[in-house]
Design a protein around this ligand. Structure first.
Ligand code: BDR
Ligand code: CA
Length: 316
C-alpha cells in the first residue's frame, strides 16, 4: 500500500478525492490536513470529518491548519461548492472533533515516521498550499519522509478563477511559490495536476445513479448529482479526485517535465503558474529575475474513462 496524506479544503470535489483515498485498497491514508479555501476552515474540518465518517474511516487523523492565506485576504467559492462547502446536501454533518495536533505538526510527525520506517509518503495537496508552505519552511527535515508531492492546482493553459489563474494557486500564490521553491531546494519530486486535465475525468449521472447501498456510495452519488446540478451537463468531473487517481494509477496520466514559476505580481496574471515550454536546455541564468524555476512534471493529458472507472470502483 502506498502511504498518502491529503491536504484539503473540502469542497465537493475534495470530498470525491477523500472517498477515493479512504476506500482504495492500494492507498494507506495516514492523515488529512485542512486549510481554508473553498469555504472557511471550520466548515472544511466538519466536511472532512463527515466524508471520512461516510467512508467508515474515523481512524484517520484530521488536523486543522491555516485559516487564512499567507499574505492576501481569503477568497472562498460558495457558488461552486455551496454555502457549507459540501453542496448544502441533505446529509448529517459530523459532530466529531479534529485532532488537537495542528496540521503542520501532524504533517511533520507522519512524514518523519514515514522516513524512520523507510516508507516515504506521497503528499496530495488539493487546496491552497498554505499548510505545505508552512511545513516545508518550518520543518524542511520532514522532506526526508516525502516520496513526492502530487498537487491539484495551476495549469499550463487556462485559468478558472481568472483567465490566467487557477483557484488553489490564485488564493495563496505565495504559498504555491514557496512550495515549488522548497521542493526544488529539497529535491522533492512534484507533479502538477492542473486545469489542463482537471475537468476531464467525468462521471455521468447514469454512472452515479448506479451507486448506492453504503454510506460512501450514497454520498458519492449525491456529490456527482450536486456537481451536475450546479455546473455539469449529464455528469460532473470528480475534480480533485483525479489527482488521487494519478497517485494510484500513474500510467493513466501523461506528464511532461517543464520549469514552472508562480506569478506573484501582474495586473491580470497574479497566481498564474507559468509553465516554460521553451527549449528545456535553455540557459535560464539570463532570466530577468535571476531565480531558477523548479522543474516539475506537468500533467498534459489524462485517460479520463480509466480514472472515472477507478473512482467508481472504489466508492461503490
Ligand atoms: C480547485 O479549486 C477548488 O474549487 C477545487 O476543490 C479544486 O481543488 C479547482 O480550481
Ligand atoms: Ca480543493
Amino acid at each position: 500500500m502506498k502511504p498518502v496524506i491529503l491536504d484539503v479544503d473540502t469542497g465537493l470535489d475534495d470530498a470525491c478525492a477523500l472517498l477515493l483515498a479512504a476506500r482504495h485498497p492500494d492507498l494507506d491514508l495516514r492523515a488529512v490536513t485542512c486549510v481554508g479555501g473553498n469555504v472557511g476552515l471550520d466548515d472544511v474540518v466538519i466536511n472532512t470529518l463527515t466524508v471520512l465518517e461516510a467512508a467508515g474511516r474515523t481512524d484517520v487523523p484530521v488536523a486543522r491548519g491555516a485559516a487564512l492565506p499567507l499574505l492576501q485576504p481569503m477568497l472562498t467559492a460558495p457558488h461552486v461548492h455551496g454555502v457549507d462547502g459540501l453542496g448544502d446536501l441533505d446529509w448529517p454533518r459530523s459532530t466529531r472533533s479534529p485532532s488537537t495536533t495542528p496540521a503542520v505538526e501532524l504533517l511533520r510527525q507522519v512524514l518523519l515516521d514515514g522516513a524512520a520506517k523507510g516508507e516515504p509518503v506521497t503528499l496530495i495537496p488539493l487546496a491552497p498550499m498554505t499548510n505545505i508552505a508552512l511545513l516545508l519552511r518550518t520543518y524542511p527535515e520532514a522532506a526526508a519522509g516525502l516520496r513526492e508531492i502530487v498537487f491539484m492546482g495551476g495549469g499550463a493553459g487556462i485559468g478558472n478563477v481568472t483567465a490566467s489563474a487557477e483557484f488553489n494557486v490564485y488564493t495563496d500564490p505565495e504559498a504555491a511559490a514557496i512550495v515549488l521553491a522548497a521542493a526544488g531546494e529539497l529535491g522533492v519530486p512534484v507533479t502538477m495536476y492542473g486545469l489542463d486535465v482537471f475537468y476531464d475525468v467525468v462521471v455521468t449521472l447514469e454512472q452515479a445513479r448506479g451507486l448506492g447501498g453504503s454510506p460512501a456510495a450514497d454520498l458519492a452519488r449525491k456529490l456527482i448529482e450536486k456537481r451536475t446540478e450546479l455546473y455539469g451537463d449529464g455528469g460532473a468531473s470528480i475534480g480533485d479526485g483525479g489527482a488521487v487517481c494519478a497517485v494510484i494509477d500513474p500510467d493513466g496520466l501523461t506528464t511532461e517535465r517543464f520549469p514552472v514559476r508562480v506569478e506573484l505580481a501582474g495586473s491580470w496574471s497574479r497566481g498564474r503558474t507559468i509553465v516554460d515550454t521553451r527549449d528545456f536546455a535553455i540557459d535560464r541564468s539570463t532570466d530577468p529575475d535571476g531565480v531558477s524555476p523548479t522543474v516539475i512534471e506537468v500533467a498534459t493529458a489524462v485517460d479520463a474513462s480509466r480514472y472515472a472507472e477507478l473512482w467508481l470502483g472504489a466508492v461503490k
